[in-house]
Design a protein around this ligand. Structure first.
Ligand SMILES: Cc1cc2nc3c(=O)[nH]c(=O)nc-3n(C[C@H](O)[C@H](O)[C@H](O)COP(=O)(O)O)c2cc1C
Length: 317
């Protein structure tokens, strides 16, 4: 499961794993540290709560760091490893202009010297415990093509590539040719991530990239939580009535947990609407379903709306 900040928090992740199959490992959304004017650093308690072992039971979790500085990375990594997680992922993919402007996420990809400074420090302490999640570059795939051979000198666990440029955000298609071009440039294991939403996209991608054995699923999995089960079983089946019951129970469970964790209808609804933004496509007439959910202002309207959607709207075929 890919990290999706604002959606795949610990409640979503652990609940997902209780209701659906096929996901082996789960990556948490990025964490960064804050530094004060007096030079001290800290990590927001909410970030640490999200990756604490007690909030992530029965999960093979990989926490993720967003950073461009060796000391800052080591500070955050130390906190995470102290929690007992065996591996950390480094985010070199975030395309948000707020992030890239600060030379973080995909904004660091044109700055190889800085990437190496971070890795020199981090690998000396934590060999074989760091993976990288990256895009092709900020402005050009040449950035990753240049970087991959350099990364061969570092003992990384794997490299996950979402083959888009940072400047593209989510526009266009994932570039399978560019992913293919990356394969001979690295000794590291590559994981493919991007635009797997159904059996057809999975088949197209796996035919194009026969050497790739590991996949990361993001928006497609939020939209269809049965996707991982189907792909692992060798093909998606038509969803049954019991699948509708499973999905409904999953959503009820999420609601109950968010009510226990968050305060105020709008806060709780914000989380649920974030999920429905993607999940609506599992139903026929998904735009209408999405609008119905978006319009709800109170939790009791939301509950009624979900009930009526499940009673009246078939899954899309
Ligand atoms: C709302 C949202 C939040 C995301 N948050 C993160 C994040 O915290 N860390 C990260 O590495 N990628 C993040 N991503 C990128 C996804 O993990 C993934 O790489 C991207 O969506 C492409 O995969 P997909 O087509 O399977 O969704 C986010 C994407 C979205 C849409």
């Amino acid at each position: 499961m890919a990290p999706l900040r604002g959606i795949t928090d610990c409640i979503y992740r652990t609940t997902f794993l209780r209701y659906f199959k096929g996901v082996d490992r789960v990556m948490a959304p990025f964490i960064s540290s804050l530094s004060a004017a007096n030079g001290t650093r800290r990590i927001k308690p909410a970030y640490l709560r999200d990756i604490s072992p007690e909030n992530n039971k029965n999960t093979e979790l990989i926490p993720q760091i967003l950073s461009n500085d060796p000391d800052d990375f080591l500070f955050t990594a130390q906190h995470i490893f102290n929690l007992g997680w065996p591996e950390i992922n480094w985010n070199l993919g975030c395309p948000s202009p707020m992030v890239t402007r600060k030379k973080r996420g995909s904004g660091l990809l044109p700055h190889q010297g800085q990437i190496c400074r971070v890795l020199d420090a981090v690998m000396a302490r934590y060999p074989e415990r760091i993976s990288i999640k990256t895009r092709l570059g900020l402005d050009s795939a040449a950035e990753l093509y240049r970087l991959l051979p350099i990364l061969d000198q570092y003992p990384l666990t794997e490299i996950i590539i979402h083959p888009r440029l940072g400047c593209q955000m989510y526009k266009g298609r994932a570039d399978l040719e560019a992913f293919q071009n990356c394969q001979p440039l690295t000794r590291h294991r590559l994981v493919y991530n991007g635009d797997i939403t159904d059996q057809d996209s999975y088949s197209r991608i796996s035919q194009h990239l026969p050497g790739v054995k590991r996949l990361m699923l993001g928006r497609g999995l939020i939209a269809d939580p049965f996707l991982s089960t189907g792909l692992k079983a060798g093909g998606l089946c038509l969803k049954s009535d019991s699948d509708r019951d499973i999905l409904k129970s999953f959503l009820d469970d999420l609601l109950q947990q968010y009510q226990g964790r968050l305060c105020g209808d709008s806060h709780i609804l914000g989380r649920l609407k974030g999920i429905w933004r993607y999940l609506a496509v599992i139903f026929e007439d998904s735009d209408k379903v999405r609008k119905k959910i978006t319009k709800t202002k109170k939790l009791n309207n939301y509950t009624e709306m979900v009930k009526s959607i499940f009673a009246e709207t078939p899954f899309s075929s």
